[in-house]
Design a protein around this ligand. Sequence first.
Ligand SMILES: [Zn+2]
Ligand SMILES: [Zn+2]
Length: 154
Amino acid sequence: MAGDFEAYKCPRDGSQLVPPSASERSAYIRNGIHHCDSCSGMLLNADAAISSFCSEKLEEMHEGFIKEGTPIDIDCPFCDCQMRLRNFSFQRLDGSLTDPIEIDGCPNCTSFWLDAGELHRLSPPSNGNKDARVEANALAMVLEILLQLPVVFV
Ligand SMILES: [Zn+2]
Ligand SMILES: [Zn+2]
């Protein structure tokens, strides 16, 4: 549900996640990304995404978590269901795949948790910027671009 601004907790460190509505970053708002200011992790949810493209992409990814994936010791911030881990790659325009990254998905709702470190593996911080806000902004941009690409579970 867009417009549901309940506060969710970071599954890694328990910090209160910043809802998309409180973010100045348009990439977060369009894609419904709740983010953690402590660890720069991101919570994605199809229902929170304003962009219908993003929401459809997340629904599609969710299919891959209903029956598959390794159960992990993380509860979904949205619905408290035990989350599952899968590896996937993005398919570039030339057909090649990016290095696989790990994502935690909920088998019950369309939520996903992405650690900042996983995005770093695809797009290392270019200037070694230690400013968490600049860093988070860069990660959101990377994620938004990646979400345009086909996803392949590996
Ligand atoms: Zn966190
Ligand atoms: Zn869930």
